[in-house]
Design a protein around this ligand. Sequence first.
Ligand SMILES: Cc1ncc(COP(=O)(O)O)c(C=O)c1O
Length: 380
Amino acid sequence: MTARGADAKARDGPALARSGSLLEIDLAAIQANYRRLCQELNGVPAGPTVKADAYGLGAARVVPALAEAGARHFFVATPDEAIALRKALQRTCPEAAIYVLNGLMPGAERDYLAHDIRPVLNQLDEIERWRKLAAKGKRALPANLHIDTGMSRLGLSAAELAVLAERPELLEGLAIDFHMSHLACAEETDNPMNARQLEDFRAARARLPAAAASLANSSGIFLGPDYHFDLARPGAALYGVNPTPAAPNPMGQVIRLRAKILQIRDIDAPQSVGYGATHCAGGPTRLATVGVGYADGYLRSLSNRGSAFIGGERVAVVGRVSMDLITLDVTGVAPEKARPGAWVDLIDPRHGPDSLAAEAGTIGYEILTALGRRYHRVYL
Ligand SMILES: Cc1ncc(COP(=O)(O)O)c(C=O)c1O
């Protein structure tokens, strides 16, 4: 642990004791990851994607750190998230542009205006409603225009694009900051879908009034300069997830998660472990029970599949993950290390979010966004 981490641990002693678990979030590592991505972008700015509470890490702390590192464009999913961000940035970075990816939510239009929030316009109806508000206020309203090039999720369809291409007056009164699209397979560098989406994005842009453009998410940044345009929108890579899964992770680790052993159990005769009796300790076995469970985002799919570290030893999750507890087989660990009150590393640089995700059959994104509220959080 760093000296600052040790300080924080001492400072937060009673709260830490009550929680029994510690989630350290390294803001300096997030800032370093931001700079690493900016280096890769070679002069093109990066607008952090900080939806879902900055991928579970706490937007109120993460976003000011990113602004301090130089970020001026931020992407969230909902107007509620955008309002919270505006408040978090009020003092240090009031000029930040905050974009709502999920669009112009009907009934919330006044909140966008009141908090200077920019919608990502995903369909003609949203364009029309934003344009009416611009006309009413007699001022150009800023927004992004999202063109679907292969996600079939949000963004203008081919038919809607054709309407806009024929009737560019539908965009009058709007100040389009960026044409946007989103890559479906960017983490697979060889996937031909990347080049096809790039081509379709270029073709769509050529049919619209000129504006700057944004295409790349974290992995898209590593597809090369063709994908960079005028702004990238990295999320996961900022938080330590590997944007290039086929190669070593170029990003620094951001989180460390530890929890305390509550109880040690020695088993002599064959004995089942946990709900459903899905594991059977055949011979002499030593188990450690740790106070985290699926209610904390330690996914139930890690049952009989997950691993953790006690000191230098890797230990296996045995039996089902329950709501508040897991059991680890610590038979091979020295008793003075595997004892009640000892720390178990659940996520650390040896076993990061991607590695735990692989055991759980999911992706690092889900591990991060599931991180629970009961962990005692310390920001480094
Ligand atoms: C439209 C859009 N842009 C950017 C991102 C950031 O993606 P990533 O976390 O893979 O960098 C997301 C995340 O899902 C997104 O939906």
